[in-house]
Design a protein around this ligand. Structure first.
Ligand code: NAD
Length: 795
């Protein structure tokens, strides 16, 4: 037997297993299998034969029989949530806060049970479930109890959405449940949540806690099953919002299937996050950071730092340190408190990891794994380094969702940023340097929703989490996360009024056209350009008289416009003050020419002089508002309960496409363009199809207002031909669409190509004259995405 003195010498750990007997007793009590938690009761599935087994990924023993919800079960759950909604949403914020607080307390009181249950079910180390998953889940309910309490004051004019469908993955089952359920019910919604098929158990135990906490029946409903159940739930007509976390592939399907349904959608998808180490980093800290970045949770983390980018001069040294650290790594029983890494969630995932690594090696990667013991049972995969990888290597491009790190080197900061951004994803990044200037400079360049400086994988309920690009859209946590579960009251006016019917009778030539060719061109890259092929559209005024001609833009014109916008990236980094000045200048120049625009509107749309005057005056005011907001839509500084602060910065989306309605053709055009510009986006805008001339007249305002080339690109033509091209274009980052319900559906469906952010009207018209509906924070939020930069900070 080893004595204490020898242990001091060898520094070997003894086994430190956590007791799981009381959790196993609970499972035994449910030996017949779990039903669904619907309307505050445990309900047996309609089809009892539809079940799946949940396994312990370490021992491979069966833990429980899980029911699979079919269409009728999903219906029941959605109906229960819908029935509970009127009462729950009518409760005061304080009443809801008390329920969330009770849930937070119960999570804390049951924390050991939950940690053990999660570890048994998922295979992750008890050290992590105990210290990270469960405390963070409780923190989420506390934080959102707070939002419920102050909701009326902090979100005036907003209301909840109704029934929310929530589908979560298996990597952080309880934590993802908390991220989804807490904000939803705090805002007054009722939820139906479906956990992932491998890991349903903590959600089912949570249902018992919800009952104990006094959550009214129907407010939280838990159903189980696999992808098919998820599809039934997310596509259910009674659902007002879908919140999904999981693979980009399924996220894309959900985007397509929910298109045009009017459902609000948030998607938290995959990632391929860079972990960047500069020469001046504290290398030992960086190595420990890396352990937390890619070997935390077996690498089954959407924001895992799976791509190490290291400055060339220290690459060899850093790799040696990583290897030395991994030689001491401990794989083993996830219930042992002294292990580093547990089991992969399921043999299916293990096979996926093996396949991707094999493919990467076949493509030239060199694989290194430490010579450490690996348990004989269960799904284990050792920590793995892949060096000598080319930028196009499978392991560099694809999310592996396992403990596998690729290594590449860089020479300059800009090369590091280029490599970091060389991915379709944009979830997170970690930057290591003792030089704050360098760390912050690269943090600004990285396209990701979270950047950790000298730390990694930090999360907090106050700090919004979510992706750029194909990592999805929407945020979870913080103020921005609350907006995802709320809507503006009376945001829209009437349906089918945004698009005016084209005149079908033959146009009568009028005074405008006689004898002169006045074809308005497109406006691309700061220049007027004839539409491709010289195609034109005749624009008829309200009385049927021909007004003038405009170019009939096509796919090629859109491509050119997007290209011009893409190249004008400097606008996003221009000072807000500069953008404000330009917007003021545009307003001033529009004022100078107000009379011309008034008579244009009068002749074209048939409005009275008074209304034309009002529209131009309101458009000028709107430019002033956008200028005002340019330097006032500030970010936030969060103080999470760790030694960090997080700077939540509102960044532009990038290339923002805007498709305008026909109503109030000048005012709606300006109301959409101005806030998009103010926030630093480069715009491709399709003006009113029926009345595009106020927008083509606006070229001269742009030219005389120092608007840099490529910031505003205008393509005239048929809305429903141009919008789908914009929606499918992978260089367009966001799309605002005002047209028909069918057009909105097409835009949402096609936007799934690169998962661009969309904001569509579903055929509804807006009250553009009303400043509460035609300008303000909602527009600014739609024009931006929040990046959280976490910095070390201690006072
Ligand atoms: P997945 O996207 O297949 O499953 C996530 C959830 O969606 C599960 O609850 C699943 O039952 C459900 N689902 C599956 N198909 C559905 C559909 N058509 N409609 C509605 N819901 C559906 O992810 P997975 O199988 O658990 O993992 C596969 C890959 O996804 C991983 O290897 C990883 O790359 C990625 N992933 C990402 C995250 C993340 O947090 N971003 C989490 C887990 C997995």
């Amino acid at each position: 037997m080893t004595n204490v003195a020898e242990i001091y010498e060898e520094m070997t750990y003894g086994p430190a297993p956590e007791d799981a007997s009381y959790v196993r007793d609970w499972l035994t009590r449910h030996g017949q299998g779990f039903g669904f938690f619907i309307d505050g009761e445990w309900i047996k599935p309609k089809d009892a034969a539809q079940t799946l087994d949940s396994f312990n990924p370490f021992t491979e023993e069966k833990l429980a029989t899980i029911s699979i919800a079919g269409a009728a079960d999903v219906d029941d759950a959605v109906s229960a949530a819908a029935a509970a909604y009127p009462k729950w949403s009518a409760k005061s914020g304080h009443e809801r806060a008390r329920v969330l607080y009770a849930l937070a307390r119960l999570l804390q009181k049951n924390s050991r049970f939950l940690a053990v249950l999660e570890t048994l079910d998922n295979g992750k180390p008890i050290r992590e479930t105990r210290d990270i998953d469960v405390p963070l889940a409780a923190r989420h309910f506390y934080h959102h109890a707070g939002w419920a309490q102050v909701l009326a004051q902090e979100f005036p004019g907003h209301e909840p959405l109704g029934v929310v469908a929530q589908v979560i993955p298996w990597n952080f089952p309880l934590l993802m449940l908390a991220w989804k359920v807490a904000p939803a019910i705090a805002a007054g919604n009722c939820v139906v949540l479906k956990p992932a098929e491998y890991t349903s158990l903590t959600a089912l135990y949570f249902a018992e806690l919800a009952d104990e906490a006094g959550v009214p029946p129907g407010v939280i409903n838990i159903i189980t099953g696999a992808g098919q159940t998820g599809a039934l739930l997310t596509e259910h007509a009674g659902v007002a919002k879908v919140a999904f976390t999981g693979s980009t592939e399924v996220g894309r399907t959900i985007r397509q299937k929910t298109a045009g349904s009017g459902k609000k959608l948030t998607l938290e998808l995959g990632g391929k996050s860079p972990f960047i180490v500069f020469e001046d980093a504290d290398l030992d800290s960086a190595v420990e950071g890396l352990v937390d970045a890619i070997w935390f949770n077996q690498g089954e983390v959407c924001c895992a730092g799976s791509r190490l980018l290291v400055e060339e001069g220290i690459a060899e040294q850093l790799i040696a340190k990583i290897k030395a650290r991994l030689e001491k790594f401990r794989l083993g029983d996830p219930l042992d408190k002294a292990i580093d890494m547990g089991a992969i969630v399921d043999p299916v995932q293990l096979t996926r990891i093996r396949t991707l690594v094999r493919q990467s090696v076949e493509e030239g990667a060199e694989k290194w794994q430490p010579a450490i013991p690996c348990p004989d049972t269960g799904s284990f995969y050792p920590p793995t380094l892949l060096t000598n990888v080319a930028p196009g290597n499978t392991a560099v491009l694809q999310e592996i969702f396992g403990p596998v790190l690729t290594v590449m080197s860089f020479r300059t900061l800009s090369e590091a940023a280029a490599l970091a951004n060389n991915t379709a994803y944009g979830l997170a990044a970690s930057v290591w340097s003792e030089n704050i200037n360098r760390a912050l400079e690269i943090a600004g360049h990285i396209k990701a929703g979270v950047v950790w400086v000298n730390t990694t994988n930090q999360f907090d309920a106050a700090c919004g989490f979510g992706g750029y690009r194909e990592s999805g859209f929407g945020r979870e946590g913080g103020r921005e996360g609350m907006f995802e579960y709320l809507k503006l009251k009376d945001e829209w006016m009437t349906q089918n009024a945004a698009v005016l019917p084209s005149r079908t009778n033959s146009p009568i030539p009028t005074r405008h056209m006689q004898g002169i060719d006045r074809t308005h061109k497109n406006y691309i890259g700061g220049k007027q350009k004839r539409a491709d092929g010289g195609n034109t559209l005749v624009i008829t005024a309200h009385d049927g008289g021909v007004a003038e001609r405009v170019g009939k833009g096509n796919r090629k014109d859109i491509r050119d416009a997007v290209e011009a916008a893409f190249k004008a990236a400097v606008w996003g980094t221009a000072h807000a003050h500069t953008r404000a000045q330009i917007l003021y200048f545009m307003a001033e120049n529009l004022s100078v020419r107000a009379k011309e625009f008034q008579s244009r509107l009068k002749d074209l749309t048939g409005v009275s002089s008074r209304m034309a005057k009002k529209e131009v005056a309101c458009a000028i005011s709107r430019l002033f508002s956008a200028a005002a907001w340019a330097d006032k839509f500030d970010g936030l500084v969060h103080a999470p309960p760790v030694r960090n602060i997080s700077l939540a910065i509102n960044e532009p989306l990038g290339v923002l496409a805007i498709v305008c309605p026909d109503t109030l053709p000048l005012l709606s055009f300006i109301s959409l363009l101005a806030p998009a510009m103010a926030m630093g986006n480069r715009c491709v805008i399709v003006p009113s199809q029926r009345y595009p001339l106020p927008a083509t007249d606006f070229y001269q305002i742009l030219e005389t207002s120092d608007v840099p080339a490529g910031i505003v690109n205008i393509v005239t033509g048929a809305r429903d031909e141009l919008a789908p091209v914009l929606a499918g274009h992978v260089q367009v980052d966001g799309l605002w669409f005002h047209g028909t319900a069918q057009g909105s559906r097409d835009v949402e469906r096609l936007s799934a190509t690169n998962l661009k952010r969309t904001w569509v009207n579903n055929g509804w018209a807006r009250d553009w004259f009303n400043p509460a509906k035609g300008e303000g924070r909602q527009f600014l939020r739609e024009a931006t995405q929040v990046k959280n930069i976490w910095l070390p900070y201690q006072d």
